[in-house]
Structures are given as structure tokens and as C-alpha cells.
Design a protein around this ligand. Structure first.
Ligand code: NAD
Ligand code: GLY
Length: 368
């Protein structure tokens, strides 16, 4: 069995990422290596618990762990205070003390919420991420951003809190919905654009294998993505500067999500549109050639990702972007790609000047 190991190097908060195919049964080995508490709660939703819960919990119990399953409803709309409160209530009723740990089994919603529960329960207990969506495997499970949503906005209540271990089994992706799979691919493509031209070319060459969910191709893509994210997090854990490059495509992408009420697009789909718009802006500012911008769009399309902004007035986009967390002292901080494989942060004083011409020429794009 192929098992890849990475480390996120953060001094005493460093942790391992294991990546492989069919490695869920090895979770107890990983927990033993990090001396994880013997009493654990496995937090998941009905769908993921139904797919993997029985086997995972059985393996943990066989290995001597005391396991409390906690099942919360499935969906972004449940990443909220009420559901978090329910997790705390179960932990308190079951008399969990400081010598316990949480295991997040699921996609980014479960991972973010379980991480925040771990950060705050009894002022912090250890937790482990077992991500089961492609997006969670390459992005949300690594780097320690944990959060719940507030009714006034996404991820507004949260903490930086690193897991003790991230356990990625790409075999879990076999049942993943095609759109969720593509949404994860958008984040993988993002890593190539911001940091690694060779990886971008590799993704182009292996797109058919990835679309087939070939295990070797998936392991390689997840590993390189996690490596790039880990390197950035190691430099700037709490997003004082550099980490913001991980938000490439996200400023416009979040505006797309906001304007469509979070119903029409998956996060990764909105990021795909945002990356195309960012590359068009970069091209206008002479940072990116037309060929590189076209290569990005073509690769996103090869994974059936949307690349055209939905039709909203420019002013609506500008207002949505102004409300985003990425505003910095009144200016919009954009991540712009320097071709493929490099990027920079740029503060924009007049977003209308930057986005207006790009959106006006986007085929089927917004009305002015
Ligand atoms: P999700 O967690 O809602 O999962 C998507 C769907 O896939 C759900 O219905 C889930 O039940 C289902 N699912 C999960 N694993 C499955 C499997 N193996 N087979 C079949 N179905 C499966 O969505 P997501 O895209 O994984 O995550 C989105 C969330 O991640 C958002 O809340 C976003 O804010 C957050 N996020 C966090 C970070 C971070 O750094 N912490 C980064 C990116 C996104
Ligand atoms: N997903 C962006 C980050 O972790 O910083």
C-alpha cells in the first residue's frame, strides 16, 4: 500500500499528513504516533457516517479507543452556532474531559466546525482531520483555519487551531458527486497557478487520469497541493501577509457566491470563475500573457468547471467585494497571477477601474 507522508512544520504545533489509497484502517496507527487521547468523538454527517463511519469506528474500538459518534446535519447551512452547541452538549453530557480528542470525518463543513469545537471546548482539546471531499483533502483540512458561519456572513466566527494529524484516503472520493470533485480540482489548479508551473503542466497532462479518479494520479495531485499549502502556512500561519495568496480567485469568487445566495455554485466553482477574472485582470496589468490566461481557462473547462461570471451589474459585484474579509484599510487586496506559477498581492484603490473593463468583455458576463 502506497502511503505518502508530509509534515506541516510549525514548531511544537507541527503535524503529519498521511496520503494514500485505502488507508482509513491505518488511522489508529497515526493516532498512536501522535499520542492522541484514547477517548474520542467522531463528528460527521449522516451521509459520510453512513459511508465510512461503521468501519472507522470499528477499527478505532478494535484498537482500544473509546468512541462517541456525533452526527450533525449535512450542509453549509448547518455550519452554525446551534449545531456547534449540540456538539458541546453531547461532549458535556458524555462527560468528556481535557483528556479527550475530536475526529472530523467529512468535508470542509465538518472539518471547519469540528476544528472550532476542538479549539474552544474546555479551552482546547486535540483534533484530527479525516477529510473525505477533494476540497477538504487539498485545502480545508490543512492549515488550521476553523470556523462556523454567522447569519451575516461566512466563517465570521473562528480560530486558527491546527490539527494533530491529517489523514487523507483518496479511496473515499469514489462516491463523491462530480460537481464536488470538480470543485476540489479548482483548488488544485489554483496551487499550480500561484506557485508551480510544472505542476500546472502535470495537471494538464494527467487530466484524463484525474477525471477517472485514478488513485495514483489523485495521490500525486493531493500530495503536491498539500505540500504547497503547508509551505505557505509554515511561513505565515495566521495570514499576516503571504498566506493571502491562497485566496487567488476568492475575492471575485466570494462575490459570485454572495450574489447567488450560496445556492447556485459550489465554493470551488465560484473560485474557478474568480480565477478566470483575476487572470484577465492580471493580463490587463501586463502580469499574465493571453496564452497563460487561456491555458488556465481551458484547464478549468477540462474539469467541467464554470468560467463565466453570472450576469449581475458591476456595482453589485463591487459592493459584494467591498464587504469581503479581504478588504485591507479600505483598499481591495487582490491576488494576481504572474503568468502561471507565480503571483503577487496588489492593493487596488479603485476596483471599478480594474474590474469594469474585464467584466464588460466577459462573454455572457455582467450587465453594466
Ligand atoms: P461539504 O463539507 O459540504 O461536502 C460536500 C458534500 O459532500 C456534502 O454533502 C457531504 O456530505 C458530501 N461528502 C463528503 N464526503 C463525501 C464522500 N467521500 N462521498 C460522498 N459524499 C461526500 O463541502 P466541502 O466542499 O468539502 O467544504 C466546503 C466548506 O469548506 C465550506 O464551509 C468552506 O468555508 C470550507 N473551507 C474551509 C477552508 C479552510 O481553510 N478551513 C478552505 C476552503 C473551504
Ligand atoms: N483556504 C485558504 C487558507 O487556508 O488560507
Amino acid at each position: 500500500m502506497q502511503l505518502e507522508h508530509l509534515t506541516v512544520g510549525l514548531d511544537e504545533r507541527s503535524y503529519s499528513i498521511w496520503i494514500g489509497h485505502g488507508i482509513l484502517p491505518c488511522l489508529p496507527d497515526a493516532l498512536r504516533e501522535v499520542a492522541f487521547p484514547r477517548r474520542v468523538a467522531v463528528v460527521s454527517n449522516p451521509r459520510v457516517m453512513g459511508l465510512f463511519g461503521e468501519e472507522l469506528i470499528g477499527n478505532l474500538r478494535d484498537a482500544g479507543y473509546g468512541v462517541q459518534p456525533i452526527t450533525v446535519p449535512d450542509g453549509e447551512q448547518y455550519k452554525n452556532w446551534q449545531v456547534l452547541q449540540g456538539i458541546y452538549t453531547t461532549l458535556i453530557e458524555q462527560e468528556f474531559d481535557r483528556h479527550c480528542g475530536l475526529i472530523a470525518l467529512g468535508g470542509g463543513v465538518i472539518g471547519d466546525m469540528t476544528g472550532f469545537a476542538a479549539a474552544t471546548f474546555l479551552r482546547g482539546v486535540p483534533f484530527v482531520q479525516v477529510p473525505t471531499t477533494l476540497l477538504a483533502q487539498v485545502d480545508s483540512s490543512v492549515g488550521g483555519k476553523t470556523a462556523i458561519n454567522h447569519e451575516l456572513g461566512k466563517n465570521l466566527i473562528g480560530a486558527f487551531y491546527q490539527p494533530r494529524h491529517v489523514h487523507v484516503d483518496v479511496a473515499t472520493l469514489r462516491n463523491l458527486d462530480d460537481r464536488d470533485f470538480a470543485a476540489g480540482m479548482a483548488e488544485i489548479i489554483k496551487y499550480g497557478v500561484i506557485r508551480d508551473r510544472d505542476f500546472f503542466q502535470w495537471l494538464r497532462q494527467h487530466r484524463e487520469a484525474l477525471r477517472r479518479r485514478d488513485p495514483q494520479a489523485l495521490i500525486a495531485a493531493v500530495k503536491r497541493s498539500c505540500q504547497i499549502k503547508a509551505n505557505i502556512v509554515e511561513i505565515d500561519e495566521t495570514e499576516k501577509g503571504q498566506r493571502a495568496i491562497l485566496n487567488f480567485g476568492h475575492t471575485f469568487g466570494h462575490a459570485v457566491e454572495t450574489l447567488t445566495g450560496y445556492r447556485q455554485y459550489r465554493h470551488g466553482e465560484a473560485v474557478a470563475i474568480g480565477m478566470v477574472v483575476a487572470a484577465a485582470v492580471a493580463h490587463r496589468l501586463s502580469l499574465c500573457s493571453a496564452e497563460d490566461a487561456a491555458a488556465l481557462k481551458a484547464l478549468l473547462e477540462a474539469f467541467d468547471l464554470p468560467v463565466t461570471p453570472p450576469d449581475f451589474p458591476l456595482q453589485s459585484y463591487l459592493q459584494a467585494m467591498r464587504r469581503d474579509k479581504k478588504m485591507h484599510e479600505g483598499r481591495l487586496r487582490l491576488v494576481l497571477n504572474r503568468g502561471i506559477g507565480d503571483c503577487e498581492l496588489r492593493d487596488v484603490f479603485d476596483p471599478a477601474d480594474v474590474f469594469g473593463p474585464v467584466l464588460a468583455t466577459a462573454p455572457g458576463g455582467p450587465s453594466m
